[in-house]
Design a protein around this ligand. Structure first.
Ligand code: 5GP
Length: 195
């Protein structure tokens, strides 16, 4: 089985990384498949089980941690666990595809550490913390409290940006999409003699 490349997109919540990831997934020539994470958080809005996430209760999530089923996992927010199942990467590699991740910064860096040669880790940066707050409010999916929690976390996350292979500033969306496309296209077409 030829194992595809790993494209990690990490960013503070509300930076627009999900929009970028969706755009890249629509570019068929990149041969990307989305890594569906497992989470213990509640379903939001129109989300679909097995498409956006594998929704698990906290007990099942913790059992999978015990069984060493995760490549990486994090308690991203209090009592909200998120993780990448090893079986998910295997599923995508078996399809002959490259894996694209939309995960938090610690998880992203862990994947890079596990597969240093196969992974391109991209940090998506919002133009500013104020702009991030405006975007989260516009999304209207979370309470004021949850928004404040996400904004507080964002400052710490921004400090990790230099640890990533590349930083894309999402100020003008079209420019960010083009930049992300070019980075991914170049990386997946590079010869690799790594496993
Ligand atoms: P949300 O609740 O907005 O869907 O996601 C919250 C945060 O969890 C986002 O930063 C998202 O990228 C991150 N996340 C989603 N899946 C995973 C995962 O599998 N592992 C880790 N470490 N973070 C994840």
């Amino acid at each position: 089985m030829k194992k595809g490349k790993l494209l990690v997109f990490s960013a503070p919540s509300g930076s627009g990384k999900t929009t970028i990831v969706r755009h890249l997934l629509a570019q068929k020539e990149l041969n990307l498949e989305f890594s569906i994470s497992a989470t213990s958080r509640a379903k939001r809005g129109e989300e679909i089980e097995g498409k956006d996430y594998y929704f698990l209760d906290t007990k099942s999530f913790k059992n999978k941690i015990k069984n060493d089923d995760f490549l990486e996992w994090e308690e991203v927010y209090r009592d909200n666990f998120y993780g990448t199942l090893k079986s998910e990467i295997e599923r995508i590699w078996a399809l002959g595809k490259n894996v694209i991740f939309d995960i938090d910064v610690s998880g992203g860096l862990r994947i890079k550490r596990n597969y240093p040669e196969k992974t391109l880790a991209i940090f998506v940066k919002p133009p500013s913390i104020d702009e991030l707050k405006i975007r989260l409010k516009k999304r209207k999916t979370e309470s004021e409290d949850k928004i404040n929690m996400r904004v507080a976390k964002a400052s710490a996350e921004l400090a990790t940006a230099p640890l990533f292979d590349e930083i894309v500033v999402n100020e003008i969306l079209d420019d960010a999409l083009t930049e992300a496309y070019n980075l991914v296209d170049t990386f997946i077409n590079q010869n690799d003699n790594c496993e």
